[in-house]
Write a protein that binds this ligand. Structure first.
Ligand code: NAD
Ligand code: AKB
Length: 314
């Protein structure tokens, strides 16, 4: 077992729920502290209820457990953020700055702060969006991600903090439901299909977006965090690609298992958010710097999702 104490903030969310068992396998159950505003349905190891907007609550946990690494996953995502932009900005920024400050003061060894394809906006190239494309996000969520990328770079340059980041695409997982994003349809659609229900999709059938199966996202995260410090050349956030597909292509892939599965397209306010994002991502820099390579394509991801959800529902 590796000797580190890992704090996961926002541990009950879509990524945290899947990441916790992986971290526990690497560092030991007693060395991984899960923290969140809300208690988990099923506790998996040590849990602390904590509001990351409160710097003193965060510092108390870091001191008590002698934390050496932080994964900061608490945030308000793209669609939910648009319902109350000032609240979303305040939460995303307060939690970020508390994490960076506590890491600086307590000399935390490594910090992970995820970014998103939402950092890109209308003026970035839509296909093979490069690492250094212009960042002109259309949502408050995206604005907070661009700010977080720049704050992370600042803490690295000014204080030498080892903060690392990935611009995740939309993540697809069976372990829990996503928390209010624009790519959530790609998880909800599987739950409907496996239960034999039709699905009303909130994006139009030809809306292509970058996506990734959770297994790939977790492996990317752990590989990035394990990479030697001199291999990490990007201190804002790395582009990361898995696959890209439209709702129509995902539906067709699911229909190879459930031919009668029916999807109706009813685009809502999330369509404009999706239209502002890239369609495919160029992640050459991550491949070059620390050896990133995705494993899951659309057919493989569809097979895994249906297999896993079938055991849950039946
Ligand atoms: P999520 O919404 O599923 O989970 C976030 C968790 O943070 C929730 O459990 C929530 O209770 C908790 N939280 C909210 N406010 C908190 C606070 N003040 N203190 C403590 N906990 C708080 O999000 P996720 O999908 O797991 O995403 C994690 C991170 O990854 C976020 O930064 C998100 O922007 C980023 N990301 C996610 C995706 C994706 O598709 N899931 C894609 C790109 C980037
Ligand atoms: C969202 O849709 O908001 C997230 C993301 C891509 O950041 N899944």
């Amino acid at each position: 077992m590796k000797r580190e104490t890992i704090l996961v903030i926002g541990a009950n969310g879509q990524i945290g729920t899947a990441l916790l068992p992986r971290l526990q396998a690497i560092y030991g159950t007693r060395s991984v502290i899960a923290a969140d505003l809300r208690r988990p349905d099923h506790e998996q190891g040590i849990f602390e209820r904590m509001d990351a907007t409160k710097a003193d609550e965060l510092a108390d946990i870091v001191r008590r457990y002698r934390v050496t690494q932080i994964y900061h996953l608490a945030a308000i995502l793209s669609a939910k953020g648009e319902s109350d932009p000032i609240w979303a900005w305040n939460l995303n920024m307060a939690t970020l700055l508390n994490v960076l400050e506590v890491a600086r003061v307590h000399r935390i060894r490594k910090v992970f702060v995820p970014s998103s394809i939402a950092a890109f906006g209308d003026d970035a190239p839509k296909y093979e969006t490069p690492q250094t494309a212009v960042l002109d996000p259309a949502t408050v969520y995206g604005i907070s991600k661009v700010a977080a990328e720049n704050w992370s770079l600042y803490y690295h340059k000014r204080y030498g903090l080892d903060v690392r980041s990935l611009r995740y695409p939309g993540l697809i997982s069976y372990q829990s439901m996503p928390g209010g994003g624009t790519t959530d349809y790609a998880v909800a659609i599987f739950h409907a299909a496996v239960q034999g229900k039709p699905y009303d999709c909130f994006l139009s059938e030809n809306t292509m977006l970058p996506m990734m199966y959770m297994d790939d996202a977790l492996r990317a995260t752990l590989e990035l965090m394990e990479a030697p410090e001199n291999r990490i050349k990007v201190r804002t956030s790395y582009n990361l690609a898995g696959m890209s597909f439209t709702p129509a292509e995902l539906t067709a892939s699911i229909q190879t298992y459930f031919p009668a599965f029916n999807v109706r397209y009813k685009p809502d306010f999330r369509q404009a958010i999706a239209d502002s994002w890239p369609k495919t991502i160029d992640d050459t820099v991550a491949r070059r710097d620390w050896g990133w390579k995705p494993e899951f394509d659309l057919p493989h991801m569809t097979q895994e999702m249906i297999t896993q959800l079938s055991t849950i529902y039946h």
